[in-house]
Write a protein that binds this ligand. Structure first.
Ligand code: CP
Length: 337
């Protein structure tokens, strides 16, 4: 695809070579994301960071990524703080905000909302999550993390064995990740969920039609045995018709160190898009795994900055100028990556 000036709304836009392009640019961003160098390549540019639904990682890392490229960030963090609460349409909001910004990142609770907004925007729009539909930058950072984690084991994405666990019905990160991984060859998907929260059938059919293996299970222990990656998810309570309905699924699939030791291969990588639900009755990913070296959740969040820097650099066509505007940092940088 031609990234320059494009909206990034769905992983369906990508071919395999596009994923490789994003990952190669993300690699190039490493000294800047890890604070060894600074670049001012986007000096003067403005990101409109429009988050109409709660977020910690996606909102802040989009903002950090833009700042690390030298740009400025203006943001909305709540629908109540925007004129959408007064009945303004996506069309008008997009026309207005795209006059103030050079690129926009947006999250909204409605499926298709970011695409509707983008159709009226005069600048590229990056989807930061639209309801239960898609979360493309999350899928890219997840797959980038997977590639990096398994490379040390002499594996690549072709032939990957991945178990997706939990709320596969409403989890947009899972939906985008499935669509992205299906570009590769011979993937073994194990889908572990309650019957009521299964991956929607159209995704399962798509995976199978591309020749991948799909196993369904409602037993965590049975499903995680022979996998390279366990990808856990939170029950997306905010998408359920009622709290009572969501409560039925809370805490059904929990990974802790004892289960990991008993059932998983020694190098199985543990992932989660976060936030994990750390309330006792949920706790899908136990704190007793925090020191497990195969827990990759905070490497995922760190990688989010590299991937989002790469997307901005590609969409705004500055990949080749990043280093020209770069220099070493002048402040103390603790080794933290
Ligand atoms: N993974 C993710 O989308 O996290 P936030 O909701 O904190 O952005």
């Amino acid at each position: 695809m031609n990234f320059v000036g494009s909206h990034i709304l769905s992983v369906s836009q990508f071919e395999r070579e596009d994923v490789a392009t994003v990952f190669a640019v993300a690699d190039k961003m490493e000294p800047y994301a890890h604070r060894r160098k600074v670049t001012r390549v986007l000096e003067g540019a403005i990101l409109g960071n429009m988050f109409f639904e709660p977020s910690t990682r996606t909102r802040v890392s989009f903002g950090c990524a833009f700042n690390l490229l030298g740009g400025e960030v203006r943001e909305t963090t709540d629908i109540k703080a925007s004129a959408i609460a007064k009945g303004e349409s996506f069309y008008d909001t997009a026309r207005v905000l795209s006059g103030y910004s050079d690129v926009i990142a947006m999250r909204h609770q409605l499926e298709g909302s970011v695409a509707e907004f983008a159709s009226a925007s005069r600048v590229p729009v990056l989807n930061g999550g639209d309801g239960a539909n898609e979360h493309p930058s999350q899928a890219l950072l997840d797959l980038y993390t997977i590639q990096n984690e398994i490379a040390g084991q002499g594996k690549d994405i072709d032939g990957l064995r991945i178990a997706l666990v939990g709320d596969l019905k409403y989890g947009r990160a899972v939906h985008s990740l499935c669509r992205l991984i299906m570009l590769f060859n011979n993937i073994q998907f194990t889908l572990i969920s309650s019957a009521g929260l299964r991956l929607p059938e159209n995704y399962v059919e798509e995976l199978r039609s591309r020749g991948h293996t799909v196993n369904l299970s409602d037993q965590l222990e049975e499903g995680i045995g022979q996998t390279d990656i366990i990808y856990l998810t939170r029950t997306q309570e905010e998408r359920f018709p009622s709290q009572d309905e969501a409560n039925k699924y809370r805490g059904l699939f929990r990974l802790n160190q004892a289960i990991y030791t008993k059932y998983c291969e020694p190098n199985t990588v543990i992932m989660h898009p976060l936030p994990r639900d750390s309330r006792g009755e949920a706790s899908e990913l136990d704190n007793d795994l925090n020191e497990n070296p195969n827990l990759a959740i905070f490497r995922q969040t760190d990688n989010g900055v590299l991937i989002r820097m790469a997307l901005f650099a590609l969409v705004l066509d500055v990949v080749d100028q990043v280093d020209k505007h770069g220099r070493d940092v002048g402040w103390y940088t603790e080794k933290r990556f």
